[in-house]
Design a binder for this molecule. Structure first.
Ligand SMILES: [Zn+2]
Length: 264
């Protein structure tokens, strides 16, 4: 079974190359009057070492204002290294070696700035990268929407830790098996940026998190790293213990009030 004992809301942010769609299923419900009896108070976590050591000599700025916090705060990781599982493309499929190596190279690129480690089992991985097309989407009226080539989803849940429950999250990235070369790596780089916590887009094509596909995909930019660093300095409820009260025992993890962070 998954480490997320109570899998909950799913939201998706996708790049299919123009994208930005929130869909918090089941919504993050606020329960009136519960704050006094069991809210999580948002606090920042220590920055991961590699990110703490990042310094932008050029002072290139950031696009932090475009990053949207959730009701639980910013989706940052607080247990390092963050574990990543890559589902290998079957060896009999065309270009499977290029696909597998390309995605692995992108994880290594981000690893220069953020502690990531590859694991051989999807069970328990913090971030799972599937070599599959993103699930089909339906419009509100039930029509099939255009398929995306890449997508990242998160789930909010809880995780046991030393006799307590921590508010936790898990990310899934879907990368189409038919993508190749620079476009595959650009999509993987962008989606991994979301999974590390950048739930927003840049307006500059020189950033990995630009909202659209470009003909010459950029590498991780100082603005991408400045933005990620800013996100990791923010207070959040993710990664902190859930108070054990009669009220919180009745709530699903994403329903537990979070106090003291910027509201969406
Ligand atoms: Zn995106």
């Amino acid at each position: 079974m998954s480490w997320l004992r109570k899998k909950t809301a799913i939201a998706a942010l996708a790049v299919a190359l123009v994208c930005w769609s929130w869909a918090i299923a089941a919504a993050a419900l606020r329960v009136p009057g519960s704050e006094a009896s069991g809210a999580i108070v948002a606090r920042p976590h220590p920055l991961p070492p590699a990110l703490a050591g990042w310094h932008d000599d050029g002072e290139g700025g950031d696009y932090f204002s475009e990053v949207v916090p959730l009701d639980v705060g910013y989706l940052v990781w607080s247990r390092f290294p963050v574990t990543v599982y890559i589902e290998p493309l079957a060896p009999n499929l065309p270009r499977s070696r290029d696909w597998n190596e390309g995605v692995g190279e992108v994880v290594a690129e981000w690893s220069a700035y953020f502690p990531l480690t590859l694991v051989g089992d999807p069970e328990g991985a913090d971030i799972t990268i599937w070599s599959r097309r993103p699930p089909v989407r339906l419009s509100p009226t039930g029509e099939l929407l255009r398929a995306r080539s890449a997508q990242t989803r998160y789930q909010i849940g809880d995780r046991p830790d030393s006799g307590r429950r921590l508010l936790a999250h898990h990310c899934e990235i879907f990368l189409s098996p038919t993508q190749t070369g620079d476009y595959l790596k650009a999509a993987a780089r962008h989606e991994l940026g979301h999974a590390l916590g950048i739930w927003g887009h840049s307006d500059r094509p020189s950033d990995v998190m630009y909202f659209s596909q470009v003909s010459r995909p950029p590498g991780i930019s100082p603005r991408d790293l400045n933005t990620l660093q800013q996100i990791y300095r923010q207070p959040t409820c993710v990664g902190w213990p859930i108070p054990d009260t009669p009220t919180t025992r009745q709530l699903r993890p994403w329903e537990i009030p979070c106090q003291g962070h910027p509201t969406p």
